[in-house]
Design a protein around this ligand. Structure first.
Ligand code: AHR
Length: 499
């Protein structure tokens, strides 16, 4: 089978924003406790931060990390997590039926974020709380000093304000599972008033209004429209969340998940632009795709049913397969393709909970299969995203109908002259890709890295065998007069670099 791709720097989408390579740390399962934080672990420092997880986080190339939830934030009192650890209350976390010790809180997260060299992205609780508590939290994090809460931060050891720039106005409040679930009008009003007040404290912050929890919600699109009617002038982003569930074993469909994400983005953009037109607002809102991943969701209920109230139970610790890694690579291609309208994206989550990094409490940390396409994309997608229009075969899926076998995006680094092409072959046979690079004179292929799942689709990385699924270097074809051909293995994610 063959496909064609023409790449030309004339077709620029926009800069490949580093914030597209974000992640998410929620107080859920063992993401915090036993993940990023484990006092007494051989790799932990004096503050309890696991050095092995920090190292893998830096290797992953994560830019921004959202905290502290997720569903957890909708019942969270941020002030429980600051001050002397011995004085912090133990609480019931209703979202995950867990006892929260509050040993790790805001100041610990900020210390961790600095060590991990990531930008913090905070969420405020608009489930059980409101305008005042959001303002209090912002005063604690961003106000320099001379007020009760900013001086409290200084007393807790942080002399300088944290200067958090990105803030989520709540989490998934369209979802009936959310503590403090609201209608679009209720949430829209609250988000608008919270946004107005927060910007009075710090006008330099950027705010994210909650969009839908996923595209299949019955309120999808009308939720965004109503929320934005209330909030458009006060916010900078509308959020989107999506998880793709491979549990039914329908491989053809799961490999086409990016088709759904692509449609989701286009529909949220259309809805936001509709509200902008009605309000005569010339600002174009961006999407914060602040939760996305593959997730074997059917396993969650079993995890929750199995126990009573306990601390940091193992929750949704999915073992990702080689096919899942190809899907994750393709979702990243989609996010990059929309770099003009998606400004932030966070893979959910960072450690243990549906995560690229897995740990054993008291034991080692390792890279899951999905770690690899993320790390390579974050490292090499630098410069300007270029629009690509691949021409190639299609195949039929149960979930999404007829879809293309090939998905691609290109990123051109004007400074180094390098071109990186990311390509996914969703098909179960090899694909011969003919590239036309005549618009970028003088390039020759320098490398072809491929994560191919065709031969071992269900293989996973485990503690015993942590490097079973990794990308491999394939033979490179050199360009001839601006043209070259590359073989993309069956069911594979590929990175082609030209310099
Ligand atoms: O990431 C796991 C959960 O998925 C988050 O807490 C919630 O926002 C979403 O439903």
């Amino acid at each position: 089978r063959t496909a064609q791709l023409t790449i030309d720097p004339a077709f620029a989408v926009g800069p490949a924003d580093r914030r597209l390579f974000g992640s998410f740390v929620e107080h859920m399962g063992r993401c915090v406790y036993g993940g990023v934080y484990e006092p007494g672990h051989p790799a932990a420092d004096s503050r309890g931060l696991r050095g092995d997880v920090l190292e893998l986080t830096r290797e992953l190339g994560v830019s921004v990390v959202r905290y502290p939830g997720g569903n957890f934030v909708s019942g969270y009192r941020w002030e429980d997590g600051v001050g002397p650890v011995g004085d912090r209350p133990r609480r019931l976390d209703l979202a995950w039926k867990t006892i929260e010790t509050n040993a790790f809180g805001l100041d610990e997260f900020m210390t961790w974020a600095a060590a991990a060299e990531v930008e913090p992205m905070m969420a405020v609780n608009l489930g059980t709380r409101g305008v005042q508590e959001a303002c209090d939290l912002l005063e604690y994090t961003n106000h320099p000093g001379g007020t009760h809460l900013s001086d409290l931060r200084r007393k807790h050891g942080a002399e300088e304000p944290y200067g958090v720039r990105l803030w989520c106005l709540g989490n998934e409040l369209d979802g009936p599972w959310q503590v403090g679930h609201k209608t679009a009008d209720e949430y829209g009003r609250l988000a608008a008033e919270t946004a107005r007040a927060m910007k009075m404290i710090d006008p330099s912050i950027s705010l994210v209004a909650c969009g839908s929890s996923n595209r299949t919600m019955s309120t999808f699109a009308s939720w965004e429209a109503t929320v934005l009617e209330h909030t458009y002038e006060h916010v900078d982003y509308i959020s989107a969340h999506t998880y793709y569930d491979p549990s039914d074993g329908d491989r053809a469909s799961i490999l086409a998940s990016a088709v759904d994400m692509d449609n989701f983005i286009r529909e949220v953009v259309a809805t936001a632009d509709h509200v902008a037109a009605k309000q005569r607002d010339r600002r174009k809102l961006k999407i914060s795709f602040d939760e996305w991943n593959v997730w074997y969701q059917s396993r969650l209920q079993a995890d929750l049913d199995r126990r009573g109230w306990v601390e940091a139970p193992a929750l949704i610790e999915d073992d990702f397969t080689a096919v899942d890694a190809v899907v994750v690579g393709d979702l990243l291609i989609t996010l990059l393709r929309h770099a003009d309208r998606v400004g932030v994206a966070c893979q959910a989550q960072l450690a243990n909970v549906i995560a690229p990094i897995r740990t054993r409490t008291g034991g080692p940390a390792w890279r899951q299969s999905i770690f690899h396409p993320f790390a390579l994309t974050a490292r090499h997608a630098r410069g300007t995203v270029l629009r690509t229009e691949p021409v190639g075969p299609t195949y039929e899926t149960k979930r999404y109908g007829e879809v293309p076998v090939l998905d691609t995006v290109a990123v051109h680094d004007e400074e180094t002259g390098e071109l990186t092409v990311f390509a996914v072959n969703r098909g179960d046979t090899d694909l011969e890709l003919h590239l036309d690079l005549r618009g970028l004179a003088g390039l020759s292929a320098s490398s072809h890295v491929s994560l191919a799942a065709g031969d071992h689709p269900t293989a996973t990385n485990t503690e015993a065998e942590p490097d079973r699924v990794t990308p491999r270097q394939l033979p490179t074809t050199t360009t001839d007069g601006g043209r070259c051909s590359v073989r993309l293995p069956a069911v594979s994610w590929n990175m082609l670099r030209f310099s």
